[in-house]
Design a protein around this ligand. Sequence first.
Ligand code: G16
Length: 543
Amino acid sequence: MSVRIVSTRPFDDQKPGTSGLRKKVKVFQKANYLENFVQSTFDAIGDFSGQTLVLGGDGRFYNREAIQTILKMAAANGFGRVLVGQGGILSTPAASHVIRKNKAYGGLILSASHNPAGPDEDFGIKYNIGNGGPAPEGVTEAIFARTTEISEYKVLEASNIPLDSVGSFKLGDMQVEVIDSVHDYAELMKSLFDFAAIRKLLAGGFRIKFDAMHAVTGPYATRILVGLLGAPVDSVMNCVPKEDFGGGHPDPNLTYAHELVDVMYADDAPEFGAASDGDGDRNMILGNHFFVTPSDSLAILAANAKAAPGYRGGIAGIARSMPTSAAADRVAAAMGLSCYETPTGWKFFGNLMDDGRVTLCGEESFGTGSNHVREKDGLWAVLFWLNILAVRQTSVAAIVHEHWKEFGRNYYSRHDYEGVDSAAAEQVLQNVRDQFATLPGQMLAGREVASCDDFAYTDPVDSSVSRNQGVRVLFKDGSRIIFRLSGTGTSGATIRIYLESYEADASKHDLDAQDALAAMITAAGEISRLRKLTGRDAPTVIT
Ligand code: G16
């Protein structure tokens, strides 16, 4: 087997976004496109000779082909060992755990998360560092810089490795271990949660429904919920990963997870429902006829953390992304804990966790997790909720209502306008920026504007600064309107508008969030002139 050095030319569109490089499959299939990005990553990450790389993906179309290419490139570039998930499957949180457990140098995760899959849809690749978390901006910038000047890549001339059963193979001087995709992750979950109590809850007739949306969590949910916790087989749905995710959009929200939503809002609905996304890091939590917002979920997990054995000793602190509601801040204040507000993107939590400042982290974008790995973790959140329900012996809705009664309710909603013309989307944000000087002091939606800014974050651990992370209109009563452009889409632009207002009075906690926020929603449209610029009358998705 010999190493081939292939000449190549840079592509001008390989800048990683919020979470790695995401493009249409057809783009990744262009000659040298994947290879350029992988070689640029290898060139940028330092000296890994003889070290271990973790490799796996969410099983979407092009996963298997990309894995074979990357294995041959890893061998040619001097890695000592690659741990690859069986069938090429590793959920994002499982990959994070495998990196940490094996003290790997890093990992390549092949996923475009919740974006649709198939020959005409999306593919993605991201590099995670040795702590198991997404590469911080310094690393992604170095990778991007390398993509702009790359002139050759290295690949081993070799046959493909069989991925479908666990085994050990040699690829040149490099060892390839095809590992069970679920085992290590399931062991980690057992160490954090009271499996005996959850098993008892489920055996007592507490009915659950988990929707893997034809994506990566299927094998994990089946082994853990059905195999280890004894849930009936029909407690899981869409649990065989498909290369096109069944033609769906595996984003666990009320719009895209409608199959689960229909089950949870039917007359004979189970007590608990949950869904995860393409690569297994997002989660949506539902009760019988009840939706838990991701922001509330983070706050509730924090307030009830001691129910789970893994967190019985207490939590160090909480972090949330800036657009996430301040519900968790109230819990942190009551518990005497620090609460950090970071830009959107799980990568910003890594330093805080590594430095021991926070245990729980969460984002409004259906992401919750803890320092057990360095990624958000969908099934972890499901098990945490089941553990709390097993201890408290009440319903999801009752837990949330009691939480609001104690801490107040942060009414919250996100309005997404997908596939908008990029220039128009930029202008929507600019329109608000143009009023930064005049808005403060004005009344908007019946509230006084306190200040406006472009959110900037200084990492308290390494002092790195990230600017332009969202346009904020902050009100005197704590309400907020935030405008941000998505960093994960692959065509056009997606405008996200995040709306939040706080209500302490428990007699006013039963409004529909859209009604409670109606005046703010109108105000957001007016100050941004969104309708005129985009031609849109209504959001594509409301969560
Ligand atoms: C990714 C990041 C998340 C982030 C989300 C935001 O999620 O991992 O930390 O909250 O993007 O996406 P956007 O920039 O579109 O608002 P995922 O699940 O796609 O990897």
